[in-house]
Design a protein around this ligand. Structure first.
Ligand code: PSV
Ligand code: MN
Ligand code: MN
Length: 388
């Protein structure tokens, strides 16, 4: 197996975008537990995200969700981010929290509602021009709850027409990223339920339309790494929303529920040329920290991604190719498992220290005094992110 030193350089290529909504209060439909010191506005969310980058060197950008992160002056928010050492990243649209969208947004039967949803996306593109963002990420809550409720084919056609108009406004250096999800909030059918639908829509829009794979958006026991392989093969794996799940779209800390799955996904990302300087697949977290502290929750998450990336980079590709070509099933599987079982934590601590980063980012944050400061300064913290 390769030594850690031989792959250490590749870890410099890693960038994991943080979701602004991970820093605000969030919860389930049963209860939102408030935490002291949570951000009161997008500026404070960006400051909290910057702490994660300060301690890990892994998260140089923050994704925004509109209208949760609506501000009067995006230039000011951009300057604030830059002064904190991060940039503004993906702009996420939101057509799921408005009464008009009860029966859908881009797929709605009513042209007035579709117009409103399209205009929201055009506004998001205007914001991207101001924030300097590359990606417009679209996740649609559109779907139906009952068989016969609406004509699925008509909905697909209307959604396509609407996406075409939005895509037409995407700049030359920007991308439209279409996220899929098997169910929820619609329970009978979703209009973009799977990677195939997202791919089909993107392929007919143009080459700057790509798919977002949220790791929590599949049926149980779906082979997600196969989807990663296929989308990279087709040149359409635009981004990841990383999180983990035990049951549904749990949005838990990535790598918490199934570290082996995260490893297998990263093996395919690297194999398919989607990692770091090799490609254009953006890594993003999409998580909610309902009961744990938010900033350490994000620190733990990016460290988990880095750890599994290091293990995936350690796979001995030459030996694996030989074993596969020879049809040596057990040897091939053993080579993969050797990398998975390698504890890279001590080597990563040294790697961080050599870069002037804290060897233990969790401990460094805990002793930084930042949390005490925000608890004292921020009173009346809003429910940011979900429900804001
Ligand atoms: C939907 O479940 C989703 O994964 C989409 O990415 C949304 O924009 C996001 O959650 C909000 O957390
Ligand atoms: Mn998502
Ligand atoms: Mn989700």
């Amino acid at each position: 197996m390769p030594q850690f030193d031989t792959i250490a350089g590749r870890l410099d290529e890693q960038a994991i975008e943080l979701p602004s909504w991970a820093f605000g209060n969030s919860g389930t439909r049963f209860r939102v537990f408030g935490q002291p010191g949570v951000p009161r506005d997008p500026f404070e969310k960006v400051s909290d995200a910057a702490q994660v980058h300060r301690h890990t060197g892994l998260s140089p950008s923050v994704a925004l969700h509109i209208p949760w992160d609506k501000v009067d002056d995006y230039g000011k928010l951009r300057a604030h981010a830059e002064s904190e050492g991060v940039s503004l990243g993906t702009i996420n649209s939101n057509t799921f929290q408005d009464d008009d969208y009860k029966l859908g947004s881009l797929a709605h039967r009513d042209a007035r509602v579709r117009r409103k949803a399209i205009d929201h996306h055009l506004e998001c593109i205007d914001i991207m021009d101001e924030t300097g963002s590359r990606d417009l990420k679209i996740w649609l809550a559109d779907g139906t709850n009952y068989p016969g409720q609406d004509d699925m084919r008509g909905r697909q056609d209307r959604m396509h027409e609407a996406l075409q108009e939005i895509y037409g406004r995407i700049g030359e250096h920007q991308r439209l990223v279409l996220e899929y999800k098997i169910f929820e909030p619609a329970f009978y059918h979703m209009d973009v339920p799977d990677w195939g639908t997202s791919y089909a829509q993107c392929a007919s829009l143009g080459e700057r339309a790509v798919v977002c794979l949220d790791t929590g958006h599949h049926a149980p026991s779906t082979n997600i790494e196969f989807i990663v392989m296929q989308l990279l093969r087709l040149g359409r794996l635009g981004s990841f929303d990383f999180n983990s799940r035990f049951y549904a779209d749990d949005d838990l800390i990535v790598g918490a529920a199934d570290p082996f799955q995260l490893f297998r996904i990263l093996v395919e990302v690297i194999r398919g040329g989607g990692y770091g300087n090799d490609g254009d697949t953006a890594f993003m977290l999409d998580q909610c920290h309902n009961i744990e502290d938010k900033i350490p929750g994000q620190i733990r998450s990016v460290l988990n991604v880095q750890e599994m990336t290091a293990r995936a980079l350690l796979v001995d590709r030459d030996a694996l190719d030989k074993a596969q070509a020879a049809g040596d099933v057990l040897a091939a599987n053993g080579i993969l498992m050797d990398a998975f079982y390698t504890d890279v934590r001590p080597a990563l601590a040294e790697w961080r220290a050599a870069k002037g980063l804290p060897a233990d980012p969790m401990a460094a944050f805990a002793s930084s005094g930042y949390k005490d400061r925000i608890v004292a300064e921020r009173t009346g913290g809003a429910q940011a992110g979900w429900g804001a």
